[in-house]
Design a protein around this ligand. Structure first.
Ligand code: 2RA
Length: 335
């Protein structure tokens, strides 16, 4: 069976990646509609060897599609999701707008695939934040085998997490600075080239940022356990693609490292780089649809502690691929 699909935000970094992933994974597409706001319309993307025009979403008839991928910002999701779902469209939304609604499933196919069934509440499925996705894909086998009590995580997030404008800012600043010119700062509060910014999204009253609190709330919702303690520090680094995370977790039972490594090796969506391999770098993960784990080791400071280093392509597995994998389960099990 084939499906008619829409991608709203098709000219953004994630939107373009969704179109590429649909092709890479041979998703059964009958008609593909690429949509953007007025300034994105008129561009063209290639899909299955053909050029597809990006159209203005204002003129779109939602009754033409069954599934829509949204990645055009919270304002667009807030306006267009009710209209699309009223036409019977199932919306897979990449923004954080619906993630914390109790009647909207927040899904990582390798972690909580069963949650997809709750799409029937509002015809909306929320895609988690990229930093949450790669962390929980890596931790799922550990959670299942040993129980997770606390997660300390430091993230090293590339500028593509801010979309094309983040990529342009890093490239522009780097070129200017290497030519002895002043660097312009528009996307970030401070210069990102040759620098690290411990600040992603807004600062909250508790001193954490919104990005860090997303990792807390989303982890507890996806694992269905409000008692898991999560303690993130999210940092923007001068890298174009790929997020890295240093995970330091406390489990309910002591961890056997060899067994834990075997569990990770056998788990879906994970590639383990063993200690005789060089640890995973974000450059290894770019363009890939799974997460890569290395530096798995007992925490010498805690009797039930486990450390690991996790990298993933934040635009693919962190957004586009996860969304398409949700759609694959949707059409396999529910449509
Ligand atoms: C970021 N996770 O990296 C956020 C949104 N993609 O900027």
């Amino acid at each position: 069976q084939e499906f008619d699909i829409a991608v709203l935000g098709a000219t953004g970094a994630v939107g373009e990646a969704i179109v590429q992933v649909l092709e890479d994974r041979n998703f059964p597409v009958r008609n593909l509609y690429l949509l953007a706001s007025e300034n994105g319309a008129g561009n063209a993307l290639r899909f299955n060897g053909k050029s597809k025009l990006v159209k203005n979403v204002d003129d779109f008839d939602w009754s033409q599609v069954q599934i829509a991928f949204f990645s055009a910002g919270e304002e667009a999701s807030e306006y267009w999701a009710p209209i699309a779902t009223d036409h019977g469209v199932i919306v897979i939304d990449n923004t954080s707008l619906f993630r914390y609604d109790h009647d909207v499933p927040l899904v990582i196919p390798e972690v909580n695939p069963h949650a997809i069934a709750d799409y029937r509440n509002r015809n909306i499925i929320a895609n988690p934040n990229c930093s949450t996705i790669q962390m929980l894909v890596a931790l799922q086998p550990i959670h299942e085998a040993y129980g997770l009590e606390r997660i300390n995580v430091a993230t090293y997030q590339s500028v593509s997490g801010s979309g094309k404008k983040g990529i342009d800012e890093l490239a522009g600043q780097t070129a200017k600075l290497l030519n002895g010119l002043a660097a312009e700062t528009k996307v970030y509060d401070k210069q990102i080239a040759f620098n690290c910014l411990p600040h992603i999204d807004e600062f909250m009253d508790n001193g954490y940022t919104k990005e860090e609190m997303k990792m807390v709330s989303e982890t507890q919702k996806i694992l269905g356990d409000g008692n898991i303690r999560v303690n993130p520090t999210c940092v923007r680094v001068p890298v174009f693609y790929g997020h890295a995370e240093a995970l330091h977790v406390e489990t309910s039972q002591p961890v056997n490292i060899d067994e834990a490594t075997r569990l990770l090796d056998d788990a879906e969506g994970i590639e383990v780089f063993h200690n005789n391999d060089y640890p995973t770098q974000v450059s290894d993960a770019t363009g890939k649809d799974h997460v890569m784990v290395s530096r798995i080791r007992e925490d010498i400071s805690h009797p039930c502690g486990l450390n690991m280093w996790v990298v993933a392509d934040n635009v693919r597995k962190g957004a586009a691929t996860n969304s398409v994998q949700i759609a694959e389960l949707l059409i396999r099990d529910y449509m």
